[in-house]
Write a protein that binds this ligand. Structure first.
Ligand SMILES: Nc1ncnc2c1ncn2[C@@H]1O[C@H](COP(=O)(O)OP(=O)(O)OP(=O)(O)O)[C@@H](O)[C@H]1O
Ligand SMILES: [Mg+2]
Length: 335
């Protein structure tokens, strides 16, 4: 029942972006991007450093003016109806924006005042409870851990009860346990409060766990957009790797069978891709009854494989640059 409701809501477009372009002098940061997001959806932007994720979110949250194209948020034009757009959205920026010299409650209170909220106190308490910071509300933010700060920022983004929440790299630099914890909050917000969520991330697992749909963005362009499941299926299904001293023979035996898609034999192994491979390993092995086999392994594709197949970049490279960025940021904030 819950699911049907969500499916129905998805038909309503809450965000609509048409041929959006943003140039910084010569650099095209957002390059002819179009997409729609339905009410109640969690939509993930996945892409490497400099792909244009933050720039796109900045245009949607009225902080940057597009060079060309149109964007509507909650039916309002981001260029001509800024205040209505801003009332519809909550934003958690990539770079922390809390006042470290104030307490958690004071940070929330300033935000409530900016939005002209009366009777803020009750709502602030409710949200601090939601992110499990109610016992810390009078503590200075500079004494908070990274995860606590991120939770506070999410609570603050929700204070004026926006229908839409933008999360720019919600868990960058946090430890695995804190990330898992934050993912739970984000999912809860979407399920229980019906908040439509647009998030950006470098993390494949984050995009996959949270998003109903993912847009892979590289050099300002959306190069793929679908559900994580459909994106993975586009790779041609799961992969069975068969190691053998006679890999050529395996290739010959399997080549030409219409229901599977063999790749060239490598030195000592053959990769076989097929739909539902996990259920058909035995069938494949049977076809190879007189070929010596050393090992058989099964690899089910992840968004990581999808990302690599589209961008040609390894995740380790991405993470190295992300780490550099955090270090640079920490260095800058210490100055
Ligand atoms: N204010 C600006 N002036 C000039 N260039 C900019 C500006 N903001 C962003 N850019 C450039 O636009 C491109 C896209 O940047 P953006 O911040 O949108 O990327 P991103 O996908 O959010 O990257 P990251 O994962 O590192 O946060 C980059 O090449 C960046 O250097
Ligand atoms: Mg960014």
């Amino acid at each position: 029942m819950q699911k049907d409701l969500k499916q129905q809501d998805l038909n309503m477009e809450l965000i609509k972006v048409q041929q959006l372009v943003k140039k910084f002098d010569e650099l095209v940061a957002v390059d002819d991007v179009s997409f729609s997001i339905g009410q109640g959806e969690v939509f993930g932007f996945l892409g490497p450093n400099g792909a244009g994720k933050t720039t796109t979110l900045s245009i949607l949250s009225t902080l940057l003016k597009p060079t060309s194209g149109k964007a509507y948020v909650n039916g309002y034009d981001v260029e001509n109806q800024k205040s209505q757009v801003r009332k519809s959205i909550g934003v958690v920026f990539q770079d922390p924006t809390l006042d470290e010299e104030l307490t958690a409650r004071e940070n929330m209170d300033i935000h409530g005042r900016l939005y002209g909220m009366r009777n803020r106190r009750e709502k602030i308490d409710e949200l601090l409870k939601l992110v499990e910071l109610e016992n810390r509300k009078n503590q200075l933010v500079k004494q908070f851990s990274g995860g606590m700060k991120r939770r506070l920022e999410i609570a603050r983004g929700l204070l004026h009860e926006p229908q839409i929440l933008f999360l720019d790299e919600p868990t960058l630099g946090l430890d695995p346990q804190t990330r898992n914890h934050l993912w739970d909050y984000i999912r809860e917000l979407n399920r229980r409060k019906g908040v439509t969520i647009i998030l950006t991330t470098h993390y494949m697992d984050e995009a996959e766990k949270l998003s109903d749909r993912v847009a892979i963005i590289d050099h300002g362009k959306i190069i793929a957009m679908d559900t994580p499941k459909a994106l993975k299926e586009q790779l041609g299904g799961s992969l069975i790797r068969i190691e053998s001293p006679q890999s050529n023979k395996i290739y010959e035996k399997l080549d030409g069978l219409t229901w599977l898609n063999t790749k060239n034999p490598h030195n000592g192994y053959v990769d076989v891709t097929l739909k539902n491979a996990e259920q058909r390993v035995a069938e494949v092995i049977k076809l190879l009854n007189d070929v010596p086999i050393e090992s058989v392994s099964l690899q089910i594709p992840t968004l990581e494989d999808v990302f690599l197949s589209y961008t040609g970049k390894t995740i380790r490279e991405q993470e190295a640059t992300a780490k550099d960025r955090i270090r640079q940021r920490q260095k800058a904030s210490r100055r």
